[in-house]
Design a protein around this ligand. Structure first.
Ligand code: PYC
Length: 423
């Protein structure tokens, strides 16, 4: 064992540095309480403190930081969306991601790889063309490419899928597509927020939210937030952000808000490490498969949503079998590779496949939800936009289209065609 390591381990002088302070007890009051210590909640805390000058902030997490959707995704970053609102929003996220390791002084292993969305039919190719046009209009690097280009970039792929599936006709290629180390994103935002004075509480549950006013005479939800009850006591706060993704229904019940969210598990798995061979991210929505190779050599891969509503992060053999079959349709030589781990995350699905963000009918209660299968890549921009929304008590320009009120006005932001995951 290297001498430096022994010295570090035994000496009090070299005690293990903590990434952030451990605050035992919340204060009586904060300006803002953020429910949820995942990437989104922590990023909102960081931008509130760093950009909006609001540092009297508490983040309340019932488990551990990044233990929900942040640590359970396949870490893909891209902005090749279908609608102008979606593409613009994710474009800002990619820009923030590209500089994030430097901004937060924390290596997130951000690795730009290029992202292929394979089209197995003329109809799918048409959708990819549409996406490419929207993307190009906004200055996002995306292009429809043919089979020769795909084969050159991914020589191992079987474009005919062994005859078991419809052949690949072409693809949408998005050079800025990237992967990152997902835990590091949560830790870096937590450390950044902590250094600005934000208090972070893990293993602390919000049990209720106190509203003054509440439901009015016409039965409409309203009133204003005055604080949150936790298992460590009541915390007074005039502004509360819910950033709990798959747990949003539990929080929305506390304030009497209705959303059209349904919760479904989404499963993923990693293989044993292999020598580097896959330099890009490969997605086939028709085969319900997406795969990239991590810096450790593991193939990180996932499938479609479980088709039933369930708030549980169990994983199934049926999923591993189904996904392995589709992976082998694309890359037949993977037949001998071992699967090392599999898991599930919770997806809070909206009818239009876009998030729900912004102010709500309850004054001081803000929502960041509807992350479905696309939440990790929005971590920086959701934090940034929610921080500005909370500070100004008005939806930030980038998220105006995603307000909960759109469902009552039939102004949906249809992004199903840009989802990587089969539904
Ligand atoms: O939206 O890029 C995506 C994605 C990949 C895996 C799950 N969602």
């Amino acid at each position: 064992m290297p001498f430096g390591l022994i010295k570090f381990g035994l000496s009090k002088k070299y005690s293990e540095p903590r990434m952030f302070r451990k605050v035992e007890q919340p204060r009586d009051a904060y300006d803002v309480v953020i429910i949820g210590g995942g990437g989104h909640g922590l990023a909102a805390a960081y931008y509130l403190a760093n950009e909006c000058g609001i540092t009297n902030v508490a983040v309340i997490e019932k488990g551990y930081l990044g233990g929900g959707g942040t640590g359970r995704n396949t870490a893909i970053v891209r902005s090749n969306y279908l609608t102008e609102d979606g593409a613009r929003f994710y474009q800002k996220s990619v820009e923030l991601f590209q500089d994030l390791s430097r901004t937060l002084d924390f290596n997130m292993f951000y690795s730009q790889r290029g992202h292929f969305t394979m089209a197995h039919s003329p109809a799918s190719l048409r959708t990819q063309r549409w996406r490419a046009e929207v993307n190009k209009h906004l200055g996002i690097d995306s292009e429809v490419v043919g089979r020769d280009f795909i084969k050159k970039m991914v020589p191992e792929i079987d474009l005919d899928c062994g005859g078991h599936q419809p052949p690949i006709h072409g693809a949408l290629f998005h050079p800025p597509g990237a992967i990152a180390r997902h835990d590091a994103v949560a830790w870096a935002y937590a450390r950044g927020a902590d250094r600005k004075g934000v208090d972070i509480f893990q293993q602390t549950a919000v049990t209720d939210i106190e509203i003054e006013g509440g439901v009015n005479m016409s039965g409409n939800v309203g009133g204003r937030v005055v604080g949150v009850h936790t298992d460590k006591g009541f915390i007074k706060a005039g502004k509360v952000l819910s950033a709990v993704a798959g747990w949003t229904p539990q929080i929305q019940r506390m304030v009497g808000l209705r959303t059209p969210l349904t919760i479904h598990p989404l499963q993923a798995m990693v293989t044993e490490p292999l020598k580097p061979w896959l330099n890009t991210i490969v997605v086939s929505a028709s085969l319900h498969t997406y795969v990239s190779q991590s810096s450790r050599g593991e193939l990180v891969t996932g499938g479609s949503l479980d088709p039933y509503e369930l708030t549980s992060t169990r994983s199934t053999l049926e999923f591993a079998e189904g996904l392995s079959g589709h992976l082998m349709d694309l890359f037949p030589f993977l037949g001998d590779i071992k699967v090392m781990r599999q898991w599930a995350g919770l997806c809070d699905m909206t009818p239009d496949f876009s998030p729900i963000m912004g102010v709500t009918p309850i004054k001081g209660f803000y929502i960041d939800a509807g992350w479905g299968t696309w939440g990790f890549k929005a971590t920086p921009v959701s934090g940034y936009a929610m921080a500005h929304t909370i500070a100004n008590d008005a939806d930030h320009e980038l998220i105006k289209a995603f307000n909960l009120s759109r469902f009552g006005k039939f102004r949906l932001v249809g992004e199903k065609g840009a989802a990587s995951v089969g539904h």
